[in-house]
Design a protein around this ligand. Structure first.
Ligand code: SAH
Length: 356
């Protein structure tokens, strides 16, 4: 098989034998890349047309009880200037986002236990009450089944929890011993059982990551049946042990976006802020490689520059409205268009149509 054949087989079967997928990722040339991305675009257009979905991300707290070795807001980084928003501030961000035509809000934070389960539920419920035609996505880490259930019942329909790496040994190199891949996966399973649309994902080129790890992750995400997959390059943060590690590459991230689109044709796939950080047109290139979601920042300007998972993060000085219009312009250069919509996974959209 040559790489074009591998790409076509991947598109056709939505999977590929491990040896073939490994060879594709190892030997892909510039010319193969174009072939991969044009196939990925055809597949995304079959389900999502030319639409790019917007998610407004509200980074509501950078307090965290964990010490993930790669992350700038890990607990023991004494240099991180900590903040958390009040309930009212989070809701005000969502109101502002609604006026800017966002119909999905992603509430992300470190694992900040100063918010009780009820506090989070209150925020979700209030946003859904004020804006019934929106979706709320939570991205707040590992919690109990009861907490996840309470927030789902309050109206959160989606949850993002990257597995980071599905290999136990690699996981241990990135996290302290009290954090395990078994528990991470258990959380992902619970979220799915409760009924969330669930997102997982990895950092591309994270320290110690091997091609075998990436293959494991691709098959894991496929088997799991992810509704969303968040991938972006690893980028070092100056206050971590990985400060001198190289950042992930644009090429590797784009290859994986294209491959993921072919393996999980209906998946919601963001072109992430990290991708926009390593290349000035990273997000546009991500859209052209098969991504169909972008996540402009809605956090108040006063705290933007404090939610720093990695160095060099873009847009930390901008107002929400600037990010919104900048994104619209950027997307329009790709031939795709920002769509004002909740932007559910295709399987949910299909069911909604059936029930009309
Ligand atoms: N506390 C929540 C939200 C995490 S932050 C949780 O645990 O899910 C969101 C994502 O940022 C993480 O899942 C991780 O993949 C990514 N991230 C953290 N540090 C990073 C770095 N240095 N470079 C790139 N991405 C990073």
């Amino acid at each position: 098989m040559n790489n074009h054949e591998r790409i076509l087989k991947l598109r056709n079967d939505q999977t590929l034998e491990r040896e073939e997928l490994r060879t594709l990722l190892q030997t892909i040339t510039a010319e193969d890349e174009e072939f991969l991305y044009s196939n990925a675009r055809q597949v995304r257009e079959k389900y999502y047309g030319k639409d790019v979905y917007l998610r407004g991300i509200i980074e509501f707290s950078n307090y965290c009880r964990n010490d993930c070795y790669y992350c700038g807001i890990r607990k023991s980084n004494a240099n991180a200037e900590r903040y958390h928003l009040t309930k009212e501030e989070v809701i005000a961000c969502a109101d502002q986002g609604y006026d800017l035509q966002f119909r999905t809000f992603v509430l992300q934070s470190g694992e900040d236990m100063s918010y009780s389960d009820e506090d989070i539920a209150d925020i979700v419920r209030e946003i859904r009450r004020r804006h019934p035609d929106t979706a709320v996505t939570l991205s707040i880490g590992e919690r109990s089944r009861e907490s996840y259930q309470m927030w789902f019942d309050a109206g959160a329909e989606r949850y993002l929890l990257r597995q980071e790496t599905s290999d136990p040994e690699h996981y241990r190199k990135l996290h302290p011993a009290e954090l395990t891949i078994e528990h991470r996966k258990h959380c992902l399973d619970m979220l799915k059982e409760i009924g969330y649309q669930v997102g997982c994902g990895i950092m591309v080129d994270s320290p110690y990551q091997t091609l075998e790890n990436i293959l494991d992750d691709l098959y894991y995400m496929k088997d799991f049946g992810a509704d969303m997959i968040g991938i972006g390059p690893f980028i070092p943060h100056k206050d971590t042990r990985f400060k001198d590690e190289p950042a992930g590459t644009l090429e590797h991230t784009l290859h994986l976006l294209g491959v993921i689109r072919l393996m999980l044709p209906e998946v919601l796939l963001p072109a992430t802020t990290a991708l926009g950080t390593i290349d000035p047109r990273g997000r546009e290139k991500g859209i052209l490689a098969g991504a169909n979601v972008v996540m402009p920042n809605l956090s108040p300007t006063s705290v933007r520059s404090k939610y720093l998972l990695y160095d060099g993060k873009i847009c930390t000085g901008d107002e929400a409205a600037e990010c919104r219009s900048c994104m619209e312009k950027r997307i329009s250069t790709t031939g795709y268009n920002v769509k004002v919509s909740k932007g559910d996974a295709f399987r949910i959209q299909k069911n909604a149509l059936k029930s009309l």
